[in-house]
Design a protein around this ligand. Structure first.
Ligand SMILES: [Zn+2]
Length: 102
């Protein structure tokens, strides 16, 4: 299995809207930021929704990774977890559009 598909498997726990919108891009960005050594060490420790945001934790600590993960956390607040639709307003609890809510 390629590193990419291995990492993508970890994201399967996410709601579909977030998975479809973020998983592949996030994994691509992390992989392309890694040095060869980092790529061998890289592990995803946890992926979850917390306070309505996507939180991804990896075992490598470096500003370059924080910047990427932080960007996705911020974007996730405005993306419906159900259908990936962009939300205009910040949802304070869970980002979910009115269609998916009903
Ligand atoms: Zn939706």
């Amino acid at each position: 299995m390629s590193i990419k598909s291995e990492l993508l498997t970890c994201f399967k726990c996410l709601p579909g809207g977030w998975y479809n919108k973020f998983a592949e891009n996030l994994v691509d960005e992390i992989i392309s930021t890694c040095t060869e050594t980092e790529l061998k060490l890289l592990q995803i420790l946890d992926i979850k929704e917390k306070y309505g945001e996507l939180r991804v934790y990896i075992n490598l600590s470096d500003d370059k990774f924080d910047v990427i993960l932080d960007k996705y956390t911020k974007m996730s607040r405005y993306v419906c977890m159900g259908c990936s639709e962009r939300l205009d307003e910040l949802e304070l609890e869970i980002p979910i559009c009115s269609n998916c809510k009903s």
